[in-house]
Structures are given as structure tokens and as C-alpha cells.
Design a protein around this ligand. Sequence first.
Ligand code: PLP
Length: 234
Amino acid sequence: MSPIRQNLQAITATIIATAQESGRSPESVQLLAVSKTFGPEAVLEAVAAGQRAFGENYLQEALDKIGAVQRAGAPALDWHFIGPIQSNKTRPIAEHFSWVHTVEREKIAQRLSEQRPAGMAPLNICLQVNISGEASKSGVTPDEVAALAHKVAALPNLRLRGLMAIPEPAGEFAQQRAPFARLRALYEQLRADGLALDTLSMGMSADLRAAVFEGATIVRVGSAIFGARNYNKA
Ligand SMILES: *Cc1c(COP(=O)(O)O)cnc(C)c1O
């Protein structure tokens, strides 16, 4: 069995076991395979193992890979953009992805909405929240998330689905859970405010169990599926 298939099976088993342990339905957690820095062959291997949702951080690399995977005859895949967004790069994102997890400014959301091609389904959006309050990290502050959420929810070609965060790495389970619990509280508050959200994008290879315990509906897993990334882009 290929290592990628084996890793996908192991991660899926962990997600199922953790969901059950925390009283959740395993189907409520979607696995996003983060394929950044890995080539189209790795994606095709994951596709052969049944994976359909992939996350990418770097636009040009992603566009090349999406094209190569399509030319190789893969079935329809869901591509999620999970990297930082430059405002002059929004058009290809709006044209080639079905989700964007990293919206943190109204201007970017407006451009994505304007540039979403007619005839495509609305682009699914998560707002990235700087949940650990690190000065260097991207994301809207918890104080500002409600105002941004209401603006983004009003844009015509977007569908605001929820919140995303990348907390500061923490070794211990309880410390891993704390920022995810804060993100979930923000999400619940927005829902109570009338926004129809259904997505909490949180948890990566090192902290996915903590994220599932706190209600993650999408976990973004890279190295635990594809192996260690061999260059230091991320
Ligand atoms: C790289 C990346 C991941 C995956 O990280 P791993 O630790 O390899 O699982 C998830 N989310 C984002 C936003 C990333 O940039």
C-alpha cells in the first residue's frame, strides 16, 4: 500500500475515533488534504485513495498542480485556498477554487465576489481569525470578526461558511484546546447573531485531535498525509 493511502487511512481512523470520543458524528468532520510543496503525483495518489478535497497555499504552484491533475484525468476535486492572499491575485483564486479559508479584509472579499465567474457556485469563505493574538500572525482580531462577517455575508457571489484559525503551536492537549475553544465561542456568537455558519476550519497534523474535540468541521492536514515538506516555505 502506498504511504499516502496508509496515512490517509490512519488520519481518517483518528478523526472517527476522536469524533466518537467527543460525542460527535464522524461525518461532521471533513479532512482537507494540504498538498502544498508536493507535486501532482502525490495528489493523484491521494485521489486514488478516495480523497477529494485539497488545500493549497501558494497560488502559482496551485494553478500548475490543478492543471496537471486535470490533464491526468482526475475526477472533479474541491480545491481550497488556505494561504495569504495578495489583492492583485484574487482573480485566479476566484476562478479556480471552491473555498477560501484566509479572508481577513473586506477589500479582498469584495474582489473575490466581483471576480467569481458567472455560472459558478458562490465561493465558500472562512474568515481567518488571529486567535492567539500574536502580533506577527495573520487574521482579523476577535474584536473585529463580527463586523467583517456581516459585510462578507452580504456580498453576492460569496457564501460565508465560518471561521478558520492557526493557533500558536502548543505541546499539551489542554493548551491545544484553549484557542480552538475560543474560536468556537466566536463562531457560536456569530450564529446567535443570525449568520448561517456551518464551518470551523481548525486543526492540523499536530493538533487535530484537540480541534475535533472543540468542534472542528474541517481539519487541514498536510505532513501527516504527505510526509515532511522538504522546503521551508511554510
Ligand atoms: C501547511 C498548512 C497546514 C498543514 O499543516 P501540517 O502541519 O503539515 O498538517 C494547514 N493549514 C494551513 C493554513 C497551512 O498553511
